[in-house]
Design a protein around this ligand. Structure first.
Ligand code: SF4
Length: 452
């Protein structure tokens, strides 16, 4: 298939736009990740529909772009606001971006999980104008009105400053109709995100088919962010969006970025059938840690028939006790069964794990590392637990001692295997076999990005 050229890209700052109608949309840096900012793209659509001009600044895809943009701001014609996406993993970078915007006299507004789940922490430690706790697509419009014509009345779904430095907030509202979500692909250009690091043949785009989750994993901010609401987009709208990306941008591979795509399993199966019918030949990856106990053989078969090439399973811990404490009471037999079936359907399977969970002991962390290494995952990925207000509490004491090792363990580290063998946690024969496997993975180019 020929690859169509991308549509004209929007200009950056200083282009003659009336800056008082311009909003900066900022994705702060976040380690190695640079996925398409879906949350900011729907905000861009909502703001542009309201007559605003949006300028996308993704520090992950284009490091240094915020500094360059702020250096180009005309003091007599500043953007009306900067919207900064904050997650528990990039709080410091988000706060730094807000401080830079404030220094340029541009009011900063936080959106994203960190703002929604702990607006006080984000606001009280910064000079930002507001933090959004409800649906940003609707709440931001009210906040921008408040900036233009300050009234000081409560805005549902926002914590913000009014005259005299007083902070006001009110409960979140989730009044956005998912049928109305539009994902802009111009403010953050498709071409910045469509290359796959290991598959040059892919032309990739991230999509979401739903928002929120009704479940209750203790480490997860999503239930708190959306008050345990789950909202699915209409299947026709999803298929239409995917078809448009395929037609207009030559996208052949879709990364499903939902918090919880399996919440309504009948709907999910219907979606897979619709994709198989409308988009034969495309491929898909579910990269956000599916809960294995919500999958079964028929669902996996429908996913494979629709083009799923890659799934990630959220296992989180090798210790059954820790899994139970996380509200993830899945058995290792169930995990093995899903891996086997997915492999039979030619899917690549990644296991997601966390280290440093509250109350977790060093032996339990070792159970995690050993499970990750012994199950037939194609890749494994370790996250280091990030304490955040809405989680069950601070990281375990052991976390502080192994933090460096945990980060090292995100990469191929045969030395760690030798250490496990020396301490008697695994046999020397097992360590040699695992080291061979790691070397095999390295030789196959399967390393990088926190993945073995
Ligand atoms: S299933 Fe996923 S989104 Fe839902 S609470 Fe658990 S980790 Fe969060």
């Amino acid at each position: 298939m020929s690859r169509p050229s991308s549509p004209a890209r929007p200009s950056r700052l200083n282009t003659g736009f009336p800056m008082k109608q311009t909003v900066l949309l900022i994705a702060p840096s976040l380690g190695f990740e640079s996925i398409f900012p879906l949350g900011l793209s729907t905000i861009a659509s909502a703001l542009m529909a309201d007559g605003k001009v949006c300028i996308g600044l993704d520090e992950r895809a284009r490091p240094g772009c915020l500094e360059t943009a702020l250096a180009g701001v005309d003091p007599d014609s500043r953007p009306m606001a900067a919207v900064i996406e904050a997650s528990p993993r990039n709080v410091n970078q988000a706060l730094d971006a807000a401080a830079r915007c404030a220094a340029a006299d541009i009011p900063a507004i936080f959106v994203g999980p960190a703002a929604a789940t702990d607006a006080r922490a984000m606001m009280d430690s910064s000079c930002a104008f507001a933090a959004v706790t409800g649906d940003p697509e609707t709440v931001l419009l009210r906040l921008l009105d408040e900036l233009a014509n300050p009234v000081g009345a409560e805005i549902p779904g926002a914590r913000f400053r009014i005259a005299g430095g007083v902070l006001t907030d009110s409960p979140p509202v989730f009044d956005m109709d998912p049928a109305g979500l539009v994902y802009d692909r111009t403010v953050f250009p498709v071409s910045d995100y469509c290359d796959h690091p290991r598959h040059p043949e892919f032309r990739q785009a991230a999509i979401e088919t739903s928002r929120g989750c009704t479940l209750d994993c203790t480490f997860c901010p999503v239930p708190c962010r959306y008050e345990r609401k789950w909202r699915g987009r209409p299947i026709a709208a999803i298929v239409q969006e995917m078809s448009g990306l395929h037609r207009d941008y030559g996208i052949t591979d879709f990364v499903i970025e939902d918090d919880q795509p399996l919440a309504d399993i009948e709907r999910f199966q219907t979606l897979m059938k619709a994709i198989r019918t409308a988009l034969p030949g495309i491929s898909m990856a579910f990269s956000n840690g599916l809960r294995p106990e919500m999958l079964n053989i028929s669902t996996l078969q429908l996913m494979a028939a629709a083009g799923t090439r890659d799934i990630s399973l959220g296992i989180e811990s090798g210790s059954s006790k820790v899994r139970a404490s996380l509200n993830r009471p899945i058995s290792t037999d169930q995990v093995q069964g899903i891996i086997t079936e997915a492999h039979r359907l030619k899917m690549v399977v990644t296991g997601y794990f966390m280290l440093g969970l509250p109350g977790e002991t060093v032996p339990q962390m070792l159970e995690t590392i050993m499970m990750a290494n012994r199950f037939r995952f194609d890749y494994v990925h370790f996250m280091v637990y990030h304490p955040w207000h809405v989680t069950t509490g601070p990281a375990s004491l052991a976390f502080n001692h192994v933090r460096t090792a945990a980060y090292l363990g995100s990469y191929c580290n045969p030395m760690r295997l030798a250490g496990l063998a020396r301490s008697g946690h695994i046999s020397p024969g097992r360590a040699r076999a695992d080291a061979s496997r790691l070397i095999e993975w390295i030789m196959a180019g399967r390393t990088g990005g926190g993945t073995w």
